[in-house]
Design a protein around this ligand. Structure first.
Ligand SMILES: Cc1cc2nc3c(=O)[nH]c(=O)nc-3n(C[C@H](O)[C@H](O)[C@H](O)COP(=O)(O)O)c2cc1C
Length: 311
């Protein structure tokens, strides 16, 4: 029997969170499919308009009675508006990383929505608990997307677990039940997976994006520079090679999406190209370190069937 995960006043029947994945990789169909399996399904709000995010949340609610959250990167200009929109829509959780927002906890309290921050150290986990976090997502360097640490998950998890008295969910590098078992043995109360779900049938990523995951070997994933100011883990391709080093790529049109942007290249364009199946020589393909283990694109139901054997 799987033990449900209680965070704040919300029960998650299967302690698996599908990580929020921008831009538009985790939208309503993926989040709803995960929620229908008993996990926490997460819509990535980063890069969406407020209207689009509202529609995605409503669509997910139509497709599922389960637990739905919204992830917004602190680094984006529209952070406050996106979070407030999700709270007004009464999502179950707000999830946020790549920076610390004290205000987010107040907005959550006022709107009756629990907050799950993504952190990478015991110190930040303690601070988040003090601010009012309902639980902590701890991400190690193996995770896909922007990274706040160069330490492996197995090192950070025990440190975070001993620093707080709220549930701790571990993220980074897990693809199958065996990976999850190892992390649960280190004391995690639940797990968050991104890459495995990006390569699901319900993911909004293009077929080409999913195929790239299936073909990629673990040695084809590396740390890539991002204009956000944090490195990101992704697949080595023509685009990633063009952004290594000191070079800058020409920005055709600035979306003014980030609070602070190094202008090294346009991350919005690069992530849009990745999701939509546009020009892959201009696409940033975020991916976790475990991508080499993904051999086929499965439905969320099939993925859950295997992952649940970990508990
Ligand atoms: C394609 C992709 C996009 C991501 N986008 C975001 C994001 O917008 N916000 C965020 O907090 N994390 C993002 N992440 C991180 C995931 O939410 C999750 O924590 C991470 O993927 C876990 O590691 P794994 O990919 O090895 O399972 C992204 C990850 C991937 C693979």
């Amino acid at each position: 029997m799987v033990k449900e995960l209680n965070i704040g006043n919300i029960k998650i029947p299967i302690p698996i969170i599908q990580g929020g994945m921008a831009v538009r990789i985790s939208t309503a169909p993926l989040a709803a499919a995960v929620a229908n399996e008993g996990g926490l399904g997460v819509i990535a709000g980063t890069g969406m308009s407020l209207q689009e995010l509202r529609q995605e949340i409503r669509k997910a609610r139509e497709l599922s009675q389960g637990v739905i959250g919204v992830n917004v990167l602190f680094a984006v200009n529209k952070f406050a508006q996106l979070v407030k929109t999700a709270i007004a829509e009464k999502v179950d959780f707000i999830i946020s990383g790549a920076g610390i927002s004290r205000d987010m906890y107040r907005w959550g309290r006022e709107g009756g929505v629990s907050i799950l921050p993504i952190v990478s150290s015991g110190r930040l986990a303690r601070m988040a608990e003090k601010f009012g976090a309902a639980g902590i997502i701890v991400e190690g360097k193996e995770a896909g997307g922007h990274l706040g640490s160069d330490r492996p998950l197995k090192k950070i998890l025990p440190e975070v677990k001993s620093s707080v008295n709220i549930p701790v969910i571990a993220a980074g590098g897990m693809v199958d039940a065996q990976d999850i078992r190892e992390i649960l043995n280190l004391g995690a109360d639940g797990v968050q997976l991104g890459t495995r779900f990006a390569a699901s049938e319900e993911s909004n990523a293009s077929a080409e994006f999913k195929e790239l995951y299936v073909r990629a070997g673990s040695n084809e994933v590396d740390l890539l520079p991002s204009p956000v100011g944090l490195p990101g883990r992704g697949i080595v391709n023509a685009f990633s090679r063009s952004i290594m080093g000191n070079g800058k790529l020409e920005i055709q049109k600035c979306f003014e999406c980030l609070k602070q942007c190094s202008k090294k290249y346009c991350i919005m364009d690069a992530l849009n190209n990745a999701c939509s199946g546009g020009d892959y020589s201009k696409a940033l393909i975020f991916s976790g370190a475990g991508v080499g283990k993904i051999k086929e694109i499965l439905s969320v139901r099939e993925i859950f069937k295997e992952l649940k054997t970990a508990f």
